[in-house]
Design a protein around this ligand. Structure first.
Ligand code: KG4
Ligand code: ZN
Length: 333
């Protein structure tokens, strides 16, 4: 089954062609046009600017993905598009384009939950994922633990009650005047810092549920920064390392506990923050020590892309495309 997938939920315009045959994925093409440079001066994504740039980029990105796949749109079996969650004006650009293509070429259309894209992204590796599994999804807008009883039977078992993990990285980077997006900058700085220099809180690490909270950790960093008269490079490195360690400890601890409680065989990790080296390495290590298999996709499939939307669409049933609507608050139930 050949799938043309389109993603435009935030500030990346992406398209990909994936083939799913005999339970194996082949990525035929993947194109991602990033708007990071456009939003950088504003310290975050400006929705109106994001939508305008999606409008400019969407057809060239799709055309390039189709061309690189060696196919034509006529040859694809279905079209998949992110329906939510995300910025509504960004979502609409991808969705309306996908609807137009589905209508013009007479193709079935799948509206994909972006978070399910992150959940299914490790499947693209074609390794055997023993089920049940627990999936940690960490992105700029979400932090969720998903239980996969089977590949078609999923439920959310935990989520952040305030800030998302990626949001915390971005806000701490902003506090230190480091630029946007903060995650990659913080993780780079942290490599030269001492993770024990500051004793930041690890909110909800021992709570009985599988929810997360990162607002208190971010505020603790804010109070620390306010007390320091002159923040030099070494202090920045130490704050970055101590903050990153606190955030990663909570994420790893809760994920292992969830996998134990739900008797999972496998742990998977996805979403933009899954690009974080410490998180990848720590979760891989703790999963192994506790007897779980562990999978996370390569970094280009952790940050937003359309391959993962194609992967999720392989497991979905097409519905009447006229009923697929952009839903900025779409959830995994
Ligand atoms: O999944 P994603 O690309 O977009 C959303 O769906 O939100 O995630 C973006 C988030 C941003 O908050 C960014 O700072 C974070 O992922 N991120 C990282 C790293 N790379 C990206 N966070 C920590 N460490 C990284 N290396
Ligand atoms: Zn995402």
């Amino acid at each position: 089954m050949k799938i043309l997938a389109i993603e435009s939920s935030c500030d990346e315009t992406a398209a990909a062609v994936v083939d799913y045959k005999s339970k194996k994925f082949t990525v035929l093409s993947s194109v991602v046009s990033s708007q990071i440079e456009i939003h950088k001066p504003y310290g975050g994504v400006v929705p109106e600017l994001a939508a305008r740039n999606h409008i400019v980029n969407i057809m060239p990105v799709i055309s390039q993905a189709v061309k690189r796949s060696g196919l034509s749109i006529k040859k694809v079996d279905r079209i998949a598009v992110t329906a939510g969650p995300g910025l509504v004006t960004s979502l609409i650009v991808g969705l309306q384009t996908a609807k137009s293509l589905a209508y013009a070429f007479g193709k079935p259309l799948i509206g994909v939950n972006h978070l399910l894209g992150h959940v299914y992204s490790p499947l693209v590796l074609n390794q055997k994922i023993d089920l049940p599994a627990v999936s940690l999804i960490v992105s700029g807008g979400h932090t969720e633990l998903i239980f996969l009883k089977t590949l078609n039977n999923l439920k959310k078992i935990g989520q952040t009650v305030d800030d998302a993990a990626g949001e915390a990285f971005d806000k701490v980077a902003a506090l230190l005047n480091l630029g946007y997006p903060g995650g990659p900058i913080i993780s780079q700085l942290a490599q030269k810092g001492d993770s024990k220099a500051y004793n930041f809180p690890q909110p909800m690490i021992n709570s009985a549920d599988f929810n997360f909270s990162f607002a208190g950790l971010k505020t603790a960093v804010l109070y620390t920064v306010k007390k320091i008269e002159k923040i030099d490079q070494k202090i920045k490195q130490n704050i970055a390392a101590s903050f990153q360690q606190a955030a990663v400890d909570v994420l790893v601890n809760k994920t292992i506990k969830a996998a134990q409680k739900y008797q999972a065989k496998t742990i998977t990790l996805g979403g933009g923050v899954a690009a974080n080296k410490l998180l990848r390495e720590s979760l891989a290590k703790q999963a192994e020590l506790n007897g779980f298999k562990f999978f996370t996709p390569p970094i280009n499939l952790c940050t937003d892309n359309a391959v993962m939307i194609g992967a999720a669409a392989a497991f979905a049933k097409p519905s009447n495309w006229q009923k697929i609507k952009a839903d900025p608050n779409l959830e995994i139930k």
